[in-house]
Design a protein around this ligand. Sequence first.
Ligand code: SER
Length: 319
Amino acid sequence: MRKILVTGALGQIGSDLVTALRQRYGDEHVIASDIRMIPSGQDSEGPFELVDCTSPHQLHEVVRRHGVDLIYHLGALLSATAEEKPQIAWAVNMGGLYNVLEVARQYDCAVYFPSSIGAFGPSTPLDQTPQDTIQRPTTMYGVTKVSGELLCDYYASRFGVDARGLRLPGLISHSSPPGGGTTDYAVDIFRQALRYQHYTCYLRPDSRLDMMYMPDAIQAMIALMEADAASLVHRNAFNVSAMSITPAELADAIAKRIDGFQIEYEVDPVRQSIADSWPNSLDVSAARAEWGFAPEYDLAAMCDDMIEKLSHEITPASR
Ligand code: SER
């Protein structure tokens, strides 16, 4: 049975991934870790460790003590925060990944690395972006993602580290909010719609980006790491996406489900220019062919589920 370490476990992906991994492999087989402690009042069903991935010693100690053989390395800064603090983004995103790959090399661990649509740039073909294409990102986040893809490939070919990964689109989730991303609007809009029937969006109405519902992303991360290595031609940095949508299209879908919902736009130039440099839609055929990627949620199914789940915790503000 695998022993799995998840870094950045308290983040947007980590909290859902840890739950899914514990259901699949057992609580004691999944070690959640983060740079911060679990907020008081929340319990961890299994082991939790305080780990700063920029500290190689902390990583070594936890991997050795628990006998870890697979690391889902999620600790990183997202795109908008990385643009605000590019030096810290390089130190955390690249320094953390380097330390994880080094510990993986020494303790013979497999590694999952989340790349992103941010690994592409304005010179990439924007529609049906191929799996193998031009990658000249113009953001620090994107620079760390392309470099991360390359570093994973290097550790695989040079040292035999089984490093795999996905180029994730914007992820939409009801359980934990994202922080500091360019695609965060697609989560915030649901919370604001349920509470205030109104949302002010920081991207233009026509900003088309790839998105995926969190259950599909979690399923994809687990499927990729369980896939037979012999069937993986690319192994790393697979394009994945379940829908290619604009804020206007998402707002329409929400307005059909929440009476009186209205959207307005106040464009944030930093996040808009990041979004403009990313693809409109990814070609996911390599992921389908090599390990059976098959997301279940389209725009309508995702909206239905988000609203159903969030309506248990968010009630309309009295007007
Ligand atoms: N969701 C991420 C972001 O917006 C993209 O990978 O930064």
